[in-house]
Design a protein around this ligand. Sequence first.
Ligand SMILES: O=c1ccn([C@H]2C[C@H](O)[C@@H](COP(=O)(O)OP(=O)(O)OP(=O)(O)O)O2)c(=O)[nH]1
Ligand SMILES: [Mg+2]
Length: 160
Amino acid sequence: MSATALKPQPETAALNVRIKRLPHAQGLELPRYETELAAGCDVRAAVTEPLTLKPGERFMVPTGIAIAVPPGWEAQMRPRSGLAAKHGISCVNAPGTIDADYRGELKVILINHGAEDFTINRGDRIGQMVFAPVYQAAFEEVDELDDTARGSGGFGSTGV
Ligand SMILES: O=c1ccn([C@H]2C[C@H](O)[C@@H](COP(=O)(O)OP(=O)(O)OP(=O)(O)O)O2)c(=O)[nH]1
Ligand SMILES: [Mg+2]
């Protein structure tokens, strides 16, 4: 990759995404990129009252928003590293997959891997969405696949 290609390209056009605020998200910030070149935009908890996750507990936390991901794209719902490092909070299904044809409320399936109770308040930034291009595969059934050096070796076959 050339040095030019490695430079940030702030002029890159953003992806247009329609977003709908649901009634229980009144007054909440919409997803936002916290820094100029952030990959993920933070989504907020649209809980009406504080929600406490005990160690080991999980909960589908509402975000109060619905989006229309453009065809050929997906949104990934990912954990925030600060919550993970400080409190052991993650997404059970990380990265969550938001399909381009999904129109329901976005939820963040949080789990408390920490040793302490963790309380989520209305408006807390609980996850981040990353938009990525996707292809659907056109599967072609065959009797044999081509040989490779790896073959069927996997799951640690190259050592640790
Ligand atoms: O973290 C997530 C993951 C998924 N979803 C929503 C959007 C996604 O398009 C839909 C279905 O997700 P997925 O395909 O991962 O779940 P599934 O268990 O396969 O459900 P379905 O049968 O509805 O596809 O649920 C979220 O709101 N948050
Ligand atoms: Mg699915």
